[in-house]
Design a binder for this molecule. Structure first.
Ligand code: EPZ
Length: 422
């Protein structure tokens, strides 16, 4: 098990480059199931989640290999075992997004229920409702989703809204299933996240007929077959936002390359409102902070609102702001595992339901802390960069799920992070 030893405070300065998006890569890897043959995903990040998804596809019968140039080739000619087994799905709940493609390609699928995770209960009821609307018979048996569509899927009007807005992977599942369904499907209350836009654009290069991309209403004309894809995945907007917060929390200045500002406008707006400068530059932006931070109110929302995946990182940032800030989590009401850990570093946080009052403190103090989920652990790294002393972050594997060799990318711009195996 690896730990990080992080010395602080440091000031980050220099340039970093954002990698390909984890959350766009995962559903696009699943889309390879739809078209027998060799698909190539370019710029796919080297992350443990991507490797787990690769293992999942291999179990289905696919062959995968990763070229020297990071290109990921997925050969889905043979799919003879349409089963997503528990031992893999429990490690990565995004595995659920093979369900729709398997139903469309094999007309049957058996996928383990994903179960919960550190950010709270993660139901898939909307996924299943959408696939039933397309004509699949879906039952739950011994912890598995067992789905059948012996006569194929049939297009229909499907509503994917839930109590917390739409569902990103639910939209991916139903969208991918609809591409090969008979007739037209309309998806109402579809997720508009850039990762879904990237998936839909990729599906259209495969021969799908999707309109309304980027809007909450997607219409899909079913086609008989799709061709394998060659696709370059979009940059990871959450990684970009994490680097922006790193520049701000260390009073530094970072040039962030391969960052699409349009994907992070809610984050840029918030940074500017608290006194951080963000200027567009070349293939990205320059983020700098010199003076004191102002307080903020952050409410997480579906895209284009403030992303829940940056809530923890911004809680770390606002912990050092003079005055009280408010963070309201509207997507995953229990997504606060980082609150106790940041408090161990002298952050002054008060949780009231799915709201946290962040009373700014003058400084954070290094402490041994425990990573719990991907984004909470990123928040602990940010806090450690600004804290006085050497922080030990345990269970670094959480970070490796979504940030490729983060210490090798931050140390060249001034961080002092050592990875140790214990
Ligand atoms: C995706 O998860 C992302 N993961 C998450 O990022 C991200 O936090 C989330 O979207 C929200 O933006 C990937 O793309 C791999 P949802 P997803 O279905 O699709 C409720 C990270 O850190 N819901 O959009 O699983 C659900 O409980 C990860 O990279 C239902 O009620 O999230 C939540 O409250 C963490 N029923 C809300 O909708 C359903 O059937 C949004 O969840 C599905 C979801």
């Amino acid at each position: 098990m690896d730990v990080f030893r992080i010395e602080g405070p440091v000031r980050l300065s220099g340039s970093v480059t954002v990698n390909g998006s984890k959350n766009a890569s995962l559903p696009i890897m699943a889309a390879a199931i739809l078209a027998p043959g060799k698909s190539v995903l370019k710029a796919a990040p080297h992350l443990s989640d991507i490797s787990v998804c690769g293992q999942l596809l291999r179990r289905l019968g696919c062959k995968l290999n990763r070229g020297q140039n990071r290109d990921l080739t997925i050969d889905s000619t043979v799919i003879d075992n349409p089963v997503g087994e528990y031992d893999i799905v429990r490690r990565m709940r995004a595995s659920i997004c093979i369900l729709g493609p398997l139903l469309a390609r094999c007309r049957r699928a058996k996928v383990s229920m994903p179960g919960g995770c550190a950010i709270g209960y993660r139901p898939v009821d909307i996924h299943l409702r959408g696939l039933r609307e397309l004509g699949a018979k879906v039952n739950l048996k011994n912890g598995y989703i067992v789905a059948d569509a012996p006569r194929g899927l049939k297009g229909k009007e499907v509503f994917l809204g839930g109590p917390f807005g739409s569902t990103v992977l639910g939209t991916a599942n139903v969208l991918m299933a609809a591409t090969l369904a008979k007739g037209q499907t309309t998806i109402e209350s579809a997720a508009c996240e850039p990762e879904i836009v990237d998936l839909a654009n990729c599906l259209n290069t495969m021969g799908a007929k999707i309109n309304g991309i980027g809007s909450p209403r997607l219409t899909v004309e079913g086609v008989k077959y799709l061709e394998p894809f060659q696709h370059t995945v979009i940059p990871d907007r959450i990684e970009a936002g994490t680097f922006m917060a790193a520049a701000a929390i260390t009073k530094g200045r970072l040039q962030i390359n391969n960052c699409r500002l349009a994907d992070v406008m809610a984050v840029v707006d918030k940074l500017r409102s608290i006194g951080v400068t963000v200027e567009s530059a070349d293939s990205g932006c320059v983020v700098a902070r010199t003076g004191p931070l102002k307080t903020a109110e952050i409410t997480t929302q579906p895209f284009p609102g403030f992303p829940t995946d940056l809530q923890a990182q911004f809680m770390a940032l606002l912990a050092l702001t003079k005055g009280n800030s408010i963070i309201i989590e509207k997507i995953f009401p229990d997504r606060f595992m980082h609150v106790a850990e940041l408090s161990r570093m002298a952050a002054n946080l008060r949780k009231e339901g799915s709201t946290v009052i962040v009373a700014g403190v003058k400084k954070l103090i290094a402490a041994p802390v425990m990573a719990s989920d991907l984004r909470a652990s990123a928040a602990l790294v940010l806090a450690a960069l600004a804290a006085e002393g050497t922080t030990t972050v345990n269970r670094v594997y959480h970070i490796d799920r979504g940030y490729e060799k983060i210490e090798q990318r931050l140390n060249p711009v001034g961080a002092k992070i050592t990875r140790e195996s214990i």
